[in-house]
Ligand binder design. Structure first.
Ligand code: IVH
Length: 696
């Protein structure tokens, strides 16, 4: 007898889901491909129903390769992909009043505004749902998409059209030719309770919270299901717009309301930080009474010309910040401490908790960060601990409830050996992280690297997720990245073909190979990110890709820079945002013969595209620019950000590679060097003219 879905923890549900998915796939294969079913239709239906119930309660289990997203053995035609015309951004967080004051000061400094100048802020409740983007052309909805990774989302146009709050045709006669509306899809609390009652009455599992209910209802291949669920939408942002209908955030909200959208009625315009904080407290006080869940307040700089100048950094706007409500907490028992080995060998302690509900979500794992953190909090196995969860971040242990400590609890001793390969685990000077020194002899590191390699922001191969890679590693099919691309060739000669393994069939294997083939071409930044080099996350990968342009240029430069001196090295550390630490990690990677082998081997299988500068029509795209002396029309940070947004590279010092030096009053040695090298020098006005901002 199955346990009630509502009694399961996330981990239990996930384990059961994985087993069910595997079973169902095997049954599908026998039924459709081999025409030899081994279970009755009724038994099969009950397996599927159980899987759907699990997904209803834990929507995070709905992956594109789940049987619920497939018809027969055909892969989820799933949802089509949509590349957002403008990326969908996320938000930086403020956790207290000072963070908000700092935010406003940063804005002031960036824009070079005087103390006396007021910065109008629009405060909006932060709706706890999922964001969507709606593209209207000539007033008609042409595509609706999920956020996805911010660059590419899923096409859920048909689902979104079932929402009453989403017009198919915009109202009014001032609708721009192209208008992308962005906002939050959510489920109101009364609707959520009613839906759960219906679910339970129908013998189905209830949803954990309104956000899960909204997510589970929206991403349905069967649009009828979405239609039967009461989803709503608040508009609060926009993407590509052919002609802005207003010059302020408030004006845009009004315009969107005029086009037929709901905008949040609690939105408040604030002239000072104190007013903004007052609004925060007012909204927090009404949180429980609002008919929908919110998890904070978002402040946005009202003036759009300022928003434009502020731009973004690391995929979050500099002109907005989310002020989160305090995290929700709960008390539970710490049963054990697990050590996970990451792809760079880092040992991360994970608290295994007696499952507990924190703010509507069942938590059974929490991060303990590192060994110092465990020592500082004196966390011991058996302790009763306070856990907290804020939004999407991993749950954390706040403190130990000392009165409840068992008498025999011992201080936790952090392992000095890697729990996976037994190599010494060491801490480098000044580092908090202890790392396994096993490198590629450590299975954990190798598997983690492979998992990283196929992850969403890296190679992102459909149907080849972290789980499958780990399984292929286990059975010896894949031991290095290039093996993924050799899989089909090797399979054709194999005595134990994949198609005959549990969970796979002819069709699913065929789909897998097609998905792998589809990724034989990759952009340079994704490729670099996929290599899993320490300190090279998405942001740094992009910076490096942008600065070197092609893999060949990069690898040549890395060879030249190994001495950690000379022009090539200088050029590397001159990249704004890449310091000696990152440079060192990158050089260390390319210094290792086996890493170069991995790359060379991969290059026999995949093509790495040169980095494309996004704004190719910009007059400064691709140029390496150095700013020196003082600027008068904008701050140094703004000048730098703007140049980068236009596709230029900004360097800190002048060399042969510099194309242009922008010199203001007081310029000294850099100006001299530019003159010596014959590099073109312009003043600030001339620069602004080139980037087409008229000097004022
Ligand atoms: S603005 C360009 N405004 O919060 C700015 N986001 O943590 C991007 N959200 O992905 C978002 N209410 O899903 C904005 N009033 C609001 C919001 C809001 C909820 C969500 C949104 C976004 C996430 C960022």
């Amino acid at each position: 007898m199955d346990r009630a879905v509502s009694d399961l923890t996330v981990d239990e549900a996930s384990a059961e889901h994985a087993a069910l998915a595997k079973d169902i796939l095997a049954h599908d294969e026998r039924y459709y491909a081999k025409d030899a079913p081994t279970v009755s239709d009724a038994e099969y239906d009950s397996l599927r129903q159980r899987l759907l119930d699990l997904e209803a309660r834990f929507p995070e289990l709905i992956t594109p390769d789940s049987p619920s997203q497939r018809v027969g053995t055909a892969p989820a035609s799933g949802f089509g992909k949509v590349t957002h015309a403008r990326p969908m951004l996320s938000l930086g967080n403020a956790f207290n009043d000072d963070d908000l004051r700092d935010f406003v000061e940063r804005v002031r400094r960036f824009l070079g505004l005087g103390e006396g100048e007021s910065i109008q802020l629009i405060a909006e409740p932060k709706i706890d749902g999922l964001s969507g983007s709606l593209r209207y052309e000539k007033g008609k909805l042409v595509v609706g998409a999920t956020r996805g990774d911010g660059q590419v989302g899923e096409d859920i146009t048909r689902n979104l059209l079932t929402l009453d709050d989403i017009p198919e045709q915009l109202e009014g006669d001032k609708v721009p030719e192209v208008f992308e509306v962005r906002g939050e899809v959510y489920m109101a609390k009364p609707d959520f309770f009613a839906l759960n009652e219906k679910q339970v009455a129908a013998g189905k599992a209830p949803f954990a919270n309104p956000r899960n209910a909204a997510a589970g209802s929206l991403r349905q291949l069967d649009v009828e299901i979405t239609k039967s669920r009461p989803l709503r939408f608040f508009a609060y942002a926009w993407g590509e717009v052919s002609a802005l209908p207003a010059a302020s955030q408030q004006g845009m909200l009004d315009a969107m309301a005029g086009f037929g959208f709901q905008v949040n009625p609690e939105t408040t315009s604030c002239s000072t930080v104190d007013e903004a904080l007052e609004t925060y407290r007012r909204i927090e006080a009404m949180r429980a009474d609002l008919p929908y869940d919110i998890d904070g307040v978002v402040y946005k700089v009202d003036r759009l010309d300022w928003q434009d100048r502020l731009g973004m950094v690391s995929r979050a706007p500099r002109w907005a910040i989310a002020h989160k409500f305090p995290a929700e907490q709960a008390t539970t028992v710490l049963n054990d401490i697990d050590i996970q080995v990451g792809r760079t060998g880092s040992l991360t302690p994970v608290a295994k908790l007696e499952p507990v509900t924190v703010g509507g979500v069942v938590v059974s794992n929490a991060t303990l960060h590192n060994e110092d953190e465990i020592a500082r909090k004196d966390v011991r196995i058996g302790d009763t601990v306070v856990v907290q969860r804020a939004g999407d971040v991993i749950p954390q242990i706040v403190r130990v409830v000392e009165e409840k400590r068992p008498k025999d609890a011992q201080p936790y001793e952090f392992p000095k050996l890697c729990p996976v390969c037994g190599s010494h685990a060491e801490r480098e000077e000044g580092e908090v992280v202890r790392r396994c020194t096993g490198g590629l002899i450590c299975e954990a590191q190798r598997v983690e690297r492979l998992r990283h390699f196929v992850s969403r922001n890296a190679f992102d191969i459909d149907g080849l997720g972290e789980k499958q890679v780990a399984a292929f590693w286990e059975d010896g099919r894949i031991s290095a990245p290039a093996d993924i691309f050799k899989l089909e060739a090797v399979e054709s000669k194999s005595d134990t073909p994949l198609a005959a393994t549990e969970g796979w069939g002819e069709k699913s294997v065929e789909n897998l190979f097609a998905a792998i083939d589809a990724r034989r071409e990759i952009s340079l930044d994704r490729f670099l990110y996929a290599l899993g080099i320490r300190h090279i996350g998405q942001e740094n990968a992009r910076l490096i890709a942008k600065n070197y342009g092609s893999l060949k240029t990069l690898t040549d430069a890395m060879e030249e820079a190994q001495a950690r001196e000379g022009d090539a090295y200088q050029a590397l550390i001159d990249i704004d945002g890449i310091g000696p630490k990152v440079a060192d990690a990158l050089l260390a990677f390319f210094a290792e013969a086996h890493n170069r082998d991995i790359v060379d081997d991969l290059l026999t299988q995949v093509t790495v595209d040169d980095y494309e500068v996004e704004t190719t029509d910009s007059p400064v795209a691709g140029l390496t620019v150095v700013f020196t002396g003082s600027l008068e029309k904008m701050t140094r940070s703004e000048a730098k950000a703007r140049a980068e947004a236009l596709g230029a590279k900004v360097a800190g010092s002048v060399s042969k590679k510099t194309d242009l030096v922008v010199a203001g009053p007081g310029a000294g040695s850099k100006l001299k060097k530019a003159n010596d090298l014959g590099v073109e020098v312009v003043d600030e006005d001339e620069w602004l003219e080139r980037i087409r901002i008229a000097p004022s």
